[in-house]
Design a protein around this ligand. Structure first.
Ligand SMILES: [Zn+2]
Length: 78
């Protein structure tokens, strides 16, 4: 898990610190990088938690439909 992870316990921290949300499927390791601001809006509209730990359990992979992922920070410069 990334070093910065301890501070990034909520999606709005990713947005505040300018990181992308990297979601890695726990099953097939498919990686998706999400804009935290858009993700926050989606979560807000769905009245869902922005807590990273909870999201890791709720995220569903687009490829294999597996529920469960790893969330880490990605620099938008890559
Ligand atoms: Zn997957």
């Amino acid at each position: 898990m990334s070093v910065t992870r301890s501070k990034l316990d909520s999606i709005n921290e990713f947005a505040r610190q300018g990181y992308l949300v990297r979601v890695t499927c726990a099953n097939c390791h498919h990686v998706a990088e999400l804009n935290p601001v858009l993700l926050m809006q989606q979560l807000h509209m769905g009245r869902k938690s922005m807590e990273v730990e909870r999201l890791e359990r709720q995220m569903r992979c687009r490829l294999c439909q597996h529920r469960g992922a790893r969330i880490s920070a990605a620099s938008p410069d890559f």
